[in-house]
Design a protein around this ligand. Structure first.
Ligand SMILES: [Zn+2]
Length: 313
């Protein structure tokens, strides 16, 4: 696992000194950042909300965990704000997914003197098979609960390095959380197994479900491989319509962080139903359908199984 500093110590001190003096002025001008004065816990920043929820489960009450991107944010092409950089400079550890999920991340941390850990370290990746991303690892590894347990192991290790006094708590929290993740995996597999074999096809907007589809025994089809500026070409939509017609797929889906307009065209042309919104790249707000990672997997499994079984509205 990568926890460390990429530059020489001498250069790091210079960069840090310059940055901190700029930061001090900025903080004075802005009246401080969000931390409350009576909270002296170490701060862990994650790149997106799914990782933040996982990290809170491992950290318990011993660390303060925040996400750089907010609920509903598009994670791939996110553009960090000056406020994000200020917040990151004050953090004790940053967790990123890696596998090119956060296209903005390397530049974001280049001038920061904060260690970061890549939570996909050790995950067996699946390659993207189409378009410009062909042969690159699919970054959505957390959509497999089996992989999510590896994320937890990496978090336990990173938090124990950061705060050895609570290493035993992180290990125990991680073990308990992995048991819950395992149960969600079992429910996912069981839900899909109730479907007739010829209806086990998952059609989505982004190709973000390769890992979940593999775990659950679903054939995956998507309109575009990775969320990017150019989405949903006529060829991509046409290919998806052909797949839905040929397989007689009863329902198709789209993700919460992108427009479902291209998938609605598939619906119109193919006669399939729109089966619902799936969550991948962001949790919902606390009062929404998926405030936690476990909720996210449960929600997606239920939405998929219900719609493909034909019992949805
Ligand atoms: Zn994505």
């Amino acid at each position: 696992m990568k926890v460390g500093f990429p530059r020489s110590p001498a250069r790091r001190r210079i960069v840090t000194a310059c940055f901190l003096s700029v930061l001090a002025i900025a903080l004075t001008a802005c009246g401080g950042i969000t931390s409350s004065d009576d909270d002296d816990r170490k701060v862990v920043l994650t790149t997106f909300t799914v990782l933040a929820d996982m990290a809170r489960n491992v950290a318990g009450e011993h660390l303060r965990v925040e996400s750089i991107t907010k609920v509903g944010a598009e994670i791939h092409g996110y553009e960090p704000t000056p406020g994000d950089i200020k917040k990151a400079a004050k953090a004790d550890l940053i967790l990123d997914n890696g596998l090119n999920l956060e296209a903005w991340f390397n530049q974001f941390v280049a001038d920061l003197d904060v260690p970061h850990a890549v939570v996909t370290e050790g995950v067996a990746t699946m390659d993207i098979s189409e378009d410009a991303y062909r042969g690159k690892p699919n970054p959505h590894a957390w959509m497999s609960p089996v992989n999510a347990q590896i994320y937890v192991d990496n978090m336990v290790r990173a938090f124990s390095d950061l705060d050895p006094d609570h290493a035993e708590a992180y290990r125990a929290n991680g073990a308990a959380y992995k048991t819950q993740i395992g149960a969600v995996h079992d429910d996912l597999v069981a839900a899909v197994r109730t479907l007739p074999a010829d209806q086990r096809a998952l059609v989505t907007c982004e190709g973000a479900f390769s890992y979940l589809a593999r775990d659950a025994g679903l054939t995956e089809k998507y309109i575009w491989p990775v969320n990017a500026e150019q989405q949903a070409t006529p060829q991509q939509i046409g290919s998806t319509i052909d797949f839905v017609r040929q397989r007689r797929v009863p329902a198709v889906f789209c993700e919460s962080t992108v427009s479902d307009a291209p998938m609605q065209r598939v619906v119109e042309a193919s006669g399939a139903r729109f089966g619902g919104v799936l969550y991948v790249d962001s949790l919902s707000e606390a009062d929404g359908p998926v405030p936690t990672y476990l909720d996210l997997i449960r929600h997606d499994a239920n939405t998929i199984a219900t719609a493909l079984a034909g019992t949805a509205k």
